[in-house]
Write a protein that binds this ligand. Sequence first.
Ligand SMILES: Cc1cc2nc3c(=O)[nH]c(=O)nc-3n(C[C@H](O)[C@H](O)[C@H](O)COP(=O)(O)OP(=O)(O)OC[C@H]3O[C@@H](n4cnc5c(N)ncnc54)[C@H](O)[C@@H]3O)c2cc1C
Length: 390
Amino acid sequence: MPDRTVPPVDRQLPSDEARDLISLVRGIAAREIAPHAAEAEEAGRFPRELFSLLSRAGLLGLPYGVEHGGGDQPYEVYLQVLEELAAARLTVGLGVSVHSLSCHALATFGTKQQRIEHLPAMLGGGLLGAYCLSEPTSGSDAASLRTKAVRDGEEWVLTGTKAWITHGGIADFYTVMARTGVEGPRGITAFLVPGDAPGLSAAAPERKMGMKGSPTAQVHFDGVRVPDERRIGEEGQGFAIALSALDSGRLGIAACAIGVAQAALDEAVAYATGRQQFGRPISDFQGLRFLLADMATQIEAGRALYLAAARLRDAGLPFSRQAAMAKLHCTDTAMKVTTDAVQVLGGYGYTADFPVERYMREAKVLQIVEGTNQIQRMVIARHLVGQDSR
Ligand SMILES: Cc1cc2nc3c(=O)[nH]c(=O)nc-3n(C[C@H](O)[C@H](O)[C@H](O)COP(=O)(O)OP(=O)(O)OC[C@H]3O[C@@H](n4cnc5c(N)ncnc54)[C@H](O)[C@@H]3O)c2cc1C
């Protein structure tokens, strides 16, 4: 018997395996995630047990090679999984995206030995990752980071503070960018730091406007010793590694944004067809019909943009510019669509009795993380007209 609570898969997918995967994710989203989302976000509860379930279902390593415990899925499939998860609860979709981002450095730049040793546990062993680039005094200007790693024999000693770290304090491993040399981007090196390393601690989570279930915290490194075996890539290669991870990560943010926007549109359509004013459903009024049509069109355009960028990546072609465009367009779309969804619900939209106010608060952060949308415009412009001349 088909499960009628799970909507049929209506996506264009490259294989039957991908179709089954989306179906599996829709089942988990409908049964395990969406019903608890509002209450868990209100309580600020991170669903650690759900991430264990996602790991067992093979959903925490989807875009990575099967030889290391990954799912070997094309990026276009992985992103549609993220979209489905984010539509059910952004904390989950974004959490999977950040976990994947934190595996990227080792999976792409690690040695064969490092990949054999660490990746299976990271991708399918129930572990949760965090990605540490930002600091209190370096956000958009990430290359000015100050956390230091000083060599001491066969070890490195890390000292400094990372800021805004998603999963900070609960992660099992941290991919950390630290300064090992000169000022600027060429003096940065990447490290894989275990979550239980002596000297590593986290501050209390930030009190955020939305995504309260997703802990975001400062992470302190107080003389944390890391063996050289956990250095990822060459000394000085860390900034290039961080940016490479972000190119892929930004597509994850774009997909999550479309998930949130779609959830808001679905809610708005359901409300508009049920709510009566002037003796008719409000969905009869052209003013609202046009609003809903614009929301749906922006979502489809965003989905097409992130999928086009993902297909370039899957084909081994450059996709950095398109990833920045997708992140910019999809997250601006999420902000606009969720704001319009609140408008469609009128006064009820402004209350916590309906999820659209939460979607609107959640959408905002997507315009900020993994490079603000101003930074995305800088990336796109650089591809068009080169570096600015200053
Ligand atoms: C909930 C949340 C989760 C996060 N998770 C992580 C994480 O897991 N790991 C991590 O490393 N970081 C994380 N971040 C940090 C995030 O990436 C930064 O907040 C972001 O890069 C912006 O940095 P900032 O906050 O220091 O803002 P700033 O860089 O100080 O920017 C402030 C404003 O100035 C604008 N601005 C700055 N420079 C320019 C310029 N040259 N031209 C035009 N405008 C400019 C920005 O766009 C922004 O509007 C997270 C942030 C949040 C809020």
